[in-house]
Ligand binder design. Structure first.
Ligand code: MEV
Length: 441
């Protein structure tokens, strides 16, 4: 459907917006208002809060909020909330969590927490002069930004370094301030961007009256100031390991040694082939995004950082690694996670707030550890299925419920279908035919 153009749409209230949308459909979509309003929250003040997150909101989009229990991480047990629509993700995470709980659990390590922001600018004076003046520039930047940074500094964070990067060989006159930040328990986007914009102002002023600068070089052209979502120094490692012979036996009678070798090969494939690496990492993000969403963090930022990190060696590859050495199977994931447990949606969104409570109100570092462990568990579960039974068995078992819901099966039909398909291949047509048959009888 094409809609007509509209002026002043944002000024309309919710009901007027829906009425306008309905008009675009001629006679169809009679139920548009009913459907959209059926997802409004009964709690009006809460609905107002949710509406405030975005613009032109007319309804809420519901996603399943599930729990993956039995995550033993650094000696503590977590029940991890996950928001995801894909069937079998939560089941797979829970199964891998339980499996590793019996083998010592997940061990994690924070490899860094530093984030990056950039001020891109052009200046056409002598390049050696800006290098020579840089310590003075740095001092002015820090000094002038102190009203913005002082609170973060009190909390133990702030600006930790400022570099001058010369891009003049690529683009005439182009430089960058590359600023390193610690943002404690917040993701820090607003803090970083405000500081950078303040830096940009200082930079402009610096050259205006500096005695060493020629009059013709007083102009600084600020191109833009913004954080970088690539955070290769804000990285967490999650790891599992056990003796190969403690891996157990697997579906189709596969023994531990064979599983370990096949599993390692599966990871190696994702290190040499970007086609496989993309799917492999997608499986990791099934788990990561689900917890990022449940905690009100920014899944686009997390994905962007993760994929750039996966390509840091010049070829897109697996974010996880596997080795078998001296009889020990070791599987680990290094992942950049620039996340927060204070600020943003984390305290505004009622369920994000609850998620953090369920996780024991973790610090940002602890949440990094939890999320990386879920990503690793998800990857483990996917590869374990792929190298043993194949993925469809588990997927279709979960998917059967979606099919049954679609066919509006009653409880007895659900029971009969589940028991009939326990040892059969599930497909939409097979389930539909089976239901049709039992409905006739
Ligand atoms: C499906 O959402 C994710 C998998 O494709 C991941 C993988 O292949 O590793 C199962």
């Amino acid at each position: 459907m094409n809609s007509k153009s509209v002026a002043g749409f944002s000024k309309l209230n919710k009901i007027q917006k829906i009425a306008w949308l309905k008009e675009q459909f001629d006679d169809q979509n009679e139920d548009l208002h009913d459907i959209l309003s059926s997802f409004w929250l009964n709690d009006e003040p809460m609905q107002k809060v949710v509406d405030g997150f975005s613009e032109n909101t007319v309804s809420n989009f519901v996603m399943p909020y599930g729990l993956a229990p039995n995550f033993l991480i650094d000696g503590e047990i977590f029940c991890v909330p996950m928001v995801i629509e894909e069937s079998s993700v939560v089941a797979a995470a829970s199964s891998a969590a339980k499996y590793w709980m019996d083998r010592g659990g997940f061990k994690t390590q924070i490899l860094g927490t530093s984030k990056i922001g950039q001020v891109h600018f052009k200046w056409f004076g002598n390049p050696s002069l800006i290098v020579q003046l840089f310590p003075e520039i740095k001092h002015a930047l820090i000094q002038n930004a102190s009203p913005i940074t002082e609170n973060m500094v009190k909390r133990g964070g702030g600006v930790t370094d400022i570099e001058l990067i010369d891009f003049t060989k690529d683009i005439e006159g182009l430089y960058q301030l590359r600023v390193h930040f610690e943002t404690c328990d917040s993701m820090g986007a607003n803090f970083i961007n405000s500081t950078l914009e303040n830096f940009a102002n200082t930079l402009e002023d610096f050259f205006v009256d500096h005695p060493s600068v020629n009059d013709k070089d007083r102009d600084v052209d600020i191109i833009m100031s913004i954080l970088s979502n690539y955070t290769p120094q804000c990285v967490v490692r999650a790891e599992v390991s056990c003796k190969v012979n403690e891996l157990g036996t697997f579906a189709n009678g596969m023994m531990a040694e064979q599983l370990a070798e096949k599993f390692k090969t599966a990871v190696q494939i994702a290190h040499i082939d970007p086609y496989r690496a993309t799917t492999h990492n997608k499986g990791i993000f099934n788990g990561i995004d689900a917890v990022i969403l449940a905690t009100g963090n920014d899944f686009r930022a997390t994905e962007a950082a993760g994929h750039t990190y996966a390509a840091k060696d010049g070829i897109y590859k697996s974010l996880s690694h596997c080795e078998i050495k001296d009889g020990i199977f070791r599987f680990w994931l290094d992942i950049p996670l620039a996340i927060g447990t204070v600020g943003g949606l984390t305290s505004l969104h009622p369920l994000a707030k609850k998620t953090l409570e369920i996780l024991g109100n973790p610090s940002a570092e602890k949440l990094m550890r939890i999320i990386a462990s879920v990503g690793l568990a998800q990857n483990f579960a996917a590869l374990r299925s792929l190298v043993t039974t194949g993925i469809q068995q588990g997927h279709m078992k979960m998917h059967i419920m979606n099919i049954l819901n679609h066919l509006q099966a009653n409880d007895s039909e659900v029971d009969q279908t589940l028991s009939y398909f326990a040892d059969k291949t599930v497909s939409f047509s097979a389930v539909r035919d089976f239901i049709a048959k039992i409905r006739i009888n």
